[in-house]
Design a protein around this ligand. Sequence first.
Ligand code: NAD
Length: 447
Amino acid sequence: MLPGGLVSLKLTVIGTGYLGATHAASMAELGFDVLGVDVDKEKIDALGRGELPIHEPGLPELLRKHTESGRLRFTTSFEEAGAFGDVHFIAVGTPQRAGEHAADMTYVDASVTAIARAATKDSLIVGKSTVPVGSARRLKALAAQEAREGVTIDFAWNPEFLREGYAVEDTLRPDRLVIGSDSATAEPVLREVYAQAISMNTPFISTDFETAELVKVAANAFLATKISFINAFSEVTETVGGDIRTLADAIGLDSRIGRRFLNAGIGFGGGCLPKDIRALQARVSELGLDSTMRFLNEVDEVNLRRRDRTVYVAETLLGNLEGKRVAVLGVAFKPNSDDVRDSPALDVAARLFNSGADVSVYDPAANSNAAKRYPRLNYVDALTDAVNEADLVMMLTEWSEFVRIDPAELAELVAHKVMFDGRNVLDHRTWKDAGWDIVSLGHKSEL
Ligand code: NAD
């Protein structure tokens, strides 16, 4: 039994990146006392001052509100966390291992070990990071082994489904809660933590560790497959003719299929889908199921081929990239985020630069993260600066600012009125009427 009763639960969130910072601030918003823990001192100092080091709509306000109220604090000390928390959420990264497909579990193992050693009271560790199936059972044993004499550590897995750009909304009003555990004690504690969402009839799925871990990677594998499915059809329509948007609209009207995630374009990226489908393949191979998830290899390949195709289209449009001015609008992997991890847009921008193009980049939030990865691109602070005298404008991340561009106004600034719509979101008729050549993936006639 946890001390103090369920209502006064104190929470820690270990790992304060995109997931952890959002979770910590959202839990404070729900009324809990929360301590965010990270090994990155600079990040912890910034968060402690109420400054958010990432771009996430709605999160700066929550962070400021609760650092000021004192309900949300940050530390690098596991000792402090171990003395404070009744529930410890693990939200550290699980990136792709260098040179391999498998997930790097170093950070999860280190954080579970550290908090289990530091806990001075009975507590519950709740994994939220995305991990290979089988990890929770192993980590539970690890925590029990590392716990202090007389301290009991319970364990649960609670995968996270938030979308960057909507992270606060998704955390406060999730579309489902999934809890994996093998004890009778973990679930009531988590029902208390998530009481507000449960009171709004959020489905609460209580299951075993393996199912909980697999729900997350299955969801991501499905979404990635859906995107690559329509992008594979793009390859067909680019060859034979046809309109990929109409195709997606038409099949999307079938309620068994649905229109979402059927947007043909330069493909998926980010810190989740690409590495999660690779880690899943690696894990099932490890389990001896070599061919089971082989289709995900194709999903990955189709996705990466979209980047090749985009570079090819740019070369075709410009004849030769050498010295040509290319304006890249958007380098975040998706709009409303500053995340450039495995961003197809940034990858394309860098490849055009490496082929001799003079690339100007404008992203409303991701310029500085992109500059850390590819410092040699020319980053500018305004859309108008990026497109100035451009031979080709490439809209690669569909920020609403770009979707709303007035083609007539833009025409005044560029050297040549050629637009590449990398996300198939612009109204081609309007652009053509304004005198532009507009090209997107999935269309033969326009190339
Ligand atoms: P991130 O890189 O933004 O944050 C990870 C944080 O963990 C960093 O701040 C890092 O300093 C910290 N950290 C590393 N080792 C630590 C340790 N031993 N102790 C304490 N802190 C440590 O990553 P993220 O995007 O927040 O992802 C975290 C996990 O959540 C991953 O498993 C990811 O797959 C999963 N996830 C992410 C999202 C998303 O949209 N970003 C959504 C769902 C699930």
